[in-house]
Design a protein around this ligand. Structure first.
Ligand code: IPM
Ligand code: MG
Length: 358
């Protein structure tokens, strides 16, 4: 059966990098027998500009009907003044929530060809391969009540709620244990159980679920220490599982360890393996429209999509090999060029397609 992919280019560099990923999908269709149907829709600021909503009903319907979603990026300074519910980020958060994409896989891999791109010493990061499993549809991002209220003395007070029900912790725990089973079987749960009741429950449920995975070694770490350990000796980690907001923060740190956030893909999965795939980096409005952004994270997101949602493992590997090959050839976009000469977004995409064709 032909898989349906919803393509959401979004804002900033989104359209440029997604165009290169679509080239790769086209090439796999023409050269390697992949069968997919792609349909494009607006999200984020682009959708707001067109229809007044960052997540128009037609976009949501397309994503609901699709087997997988490929997203570029959302957001831009021109939207900062909008009411919260109309901001581009709301489109992304709405999709995560509506599609129940609770499990966010964010790998941080150091490509040997890019060992010098990290700001850390090579011996600390060489061979780095970490997977952060971030809970994505709960916690303080979605907890009620939330808002800004007026106190009796007339002063305003902002408030959000950090809540996790047991079933939410259980399902992200299982997802993380499953990931660990396919890797080095080491799972570190990151929490703040010394201060927060919600973390106390999180830890309790993690320990309970661990009895179903006796082969996986489960450890626990407070989030402040985890942020320190990530830069001190990141190779101690295999898989990290954590709450929505801790995962947002730690995954940026982990990505930066590799020195090339422009290289890192991500997957956001529901209970049945349907997923949304996007680069970890954002919309980079400062370089939008210049044909200089790195399309490799988006292209690698397609590889994750083929592997996790479409069961096309061979095509996924072909893409990963092609990316490795262009790096081997010395091709670099500006972000990973280390001051040396660089190629454009389109040239990089074309090079990957060429590597796939040979
Ligand atoms: C991310 C981003 C988003 C988040 C923003 C754009 C809403 O930072 O995917 O990490 O906070 O989850
Ligand atoms: Mg983030």
């Amino acid at each position: 059966m032909t898989a349906k992919i919803a393509i959401l280019p979004g804002d900033g560099i989104g359209p440029e990098i997604v165009a290169e990923a679509v080239k790769v999908l086209d090439c796999l269709q023409q050269e390697h027998g992949l069968e997919v149907e792609m349909e494009t829709a607006n999200i984020g600021g682009a959708a707001y500009d067109e229809s007044g909503s960052p997540l128009p009903p037609a976009t949501l319907a397309l994503c609901q009907a699709a087997d997988a979603v490929l997203l570029g990026a959302v957001g831009g300074p021109q939207y900062d003044g909008l009411e919260r519910d109309l901001r581009p980020e709301r489109g992304l958060l709405g999709l995560r929530s509506e599609l129940q994409l609770f499990s966010n896989l964010r790998p941080a891999i150091l490509y040997p060809q890019l060992a010098n791109a990290s700001s850390l010493k090579p011996e600390i990061v060489s061979g780095l391969d970490i997977m952060i499993v971030r809970e994505l549809t709960g916690g303080i991002y979605f907890g009620q009540p939330r808002g800004i209220r007026e106190l009796d003395n007339g002063e305003r007070q902002g408030y959000n709620t950090l809540v996790y029900a047991e079933h939410e912790i259980e399902r992200i725990a299982r997802s993380a244990f499953e990931v660990a089973m396919k890797r080095n079987k080491k799972l570190c749960s990151v929490d703040k159980a010394n201060v927060l009741e919600v973390s106390e429950l999180w830890r309790e449920v993690m320990i309970r679920v661990s009895s179903e995975y006796p082969e996986v070694e489960l450890s626990h770490m407070y989030v402040d220490n985890a942020s320190m350990q990530l830069v001190k000796w990141p190779k101690q980690f295999d898989v990290i599982v954590t709450k929505n907001m801790f995962g947002d923060i730690l995954s940026d740190t982990a990505a930066m360890l590799t020195g090339s956030i422009g290289m890192l893909p991500s997957a956001s999965l529901d209970q049945n393996g349907k997923g949304m795939y996007e680069p970890i980096h954002g919309s980079a409005p400062d370089i939008a429209g210049r044909n200089t952004a790195n399309p490799l994270a988006t292209i690698l997101s397609v590889a994750m999509m083929l592997r996790y949602s479409l069961g096309q493992h061979e095509s996924a590997e072909l893409i990963e090999q092609a990316v490795s090959e262009v790096l081997e050839q010395g091709l670099r976009t500006q972000d990973i060029a280390d001051g040396g000469s660089s190629v454009s977004t389109r040239e990089m995409g074309d090079a990957v397609v060429r590597a796939l064709t040979n």
